[in-house]
Design a protein around this ligand. Structure first.
Ligand code: ADP
Ligand code: MG
Length: 241
């Protein structure tokens, strides 16, 4: 089903190119980070990959030679709008449309809640949970869908360090289960911990794409250098180098 082959992706909005001839080949396995300044087009790129927005130009294709059907996808945002219902109901909604039996659906929901450590909270009101717990519900929703491709848009941006660590553990577990993950994050310590490769996005274009270690330590492009200069003081402050 993968890799992801993105060619010449161009998306105009508000009179300018939000994505501007974006071209990249994204590996089949592991975690790929998408980094770059606010407004670079990161969220728009994930939305295009999820089929939520249609680019004016360019193509997104999957699989060797681009001939595979689109992979099963799930999306987790910085903040997930949970409905005013129980935790289990919120997760069940994510698999409502799956062509599987009710028993299989219930089993998947239970397994996902177990996986994120919320089985004991299944009947609690979802909106009463802490921010970190609500984000774990979002991951349970994603997990229950058994995605091949998981799109994460700043999934820990509003969480404290302990909740962030729990989410990072879930991301690693999903990766180890074979899910391809695209991670948008300004937390460069997180990017260094989790991702193999990074795409640096600037003004809708790929400034560079390569191994995370190399990009964080020796960025080749001016755009990456400028972005990292703004973020790296936080990294060294956090003990990451
Ligand atoms: N539908 C839209 N209409 C107008 N402007 C948009 C639309 N979608 C995104 N943009 C603009 O495109 C730019 C990139 O947005 P986004 O993809 O959210 O960037 P990022 O996630 O990297 O911060 C921003 O300036 C945003 O305001
Ligand atoms: Mg964004």
């Amino acid at each position: 089903m993968l890799p992801i082959l993105i060619k010449g992706l161009t998306l105009l909005a508000g009179g300018r190119a939000v994505l501007d001839d974006f071209t990249a080949e994204i590996a089949t396995r592991g975690i790929t980070a998408i980094i770059g300044p606010n407004g670079a087009g990161k969220s728009t790129l994930l939305r295009a990959l999820d089929g939520l927005v249609r680019p004016g130009r360019g193509t997104i294709a999957f699989g060797p030679g681009g001939r595979s059907p689109a992979p099963r996808r799930a999306f987790v945002f910085q903040k997930t709008a949970l409905i005013r219902a129980s935790v289990v109901r919120n997760v069940a909604l994510a698999v409502e449309a799956e062509p599987i039996s009710a028993a299989e659906r219930a089993a998947r929901v239970a397994a996902a809640l177990e996986r994120v450590g919320l089985a004991a909270r299944a009947q609690d009101a979802a909106r009463r949970l802490s921010g970190g717990e609500q984000q774990r519900v979002a991951f349970a929703r994603a997990w229950a869908r058994r995605p091949d491709l998981l799109l994460l848009d700043e999934p820990t941006a509003s969480l404290d360090p302990a909740a962030t660590e729990e989410i990072e553990r879930l991301v690693v577990a999903l990766r180890d289960a074979g899910t391809k993950i695209l991670l948008v994050s300004h937390n460069l310590g997180q990017v260094a911990r989790l991702a193999e490769d990074a795409v640096v996005l600037a003004s809708g274009k790929v400034a560079e794409h390569g191994p995370v270690d190399r990009i964080l330590k020796h960025p080749a492009s001016e755009a990456a250098r400028a972005y990292l200069k703004g973020e790296l003081p936080w990294m060294s402050f956090a003990g990451v180098s």
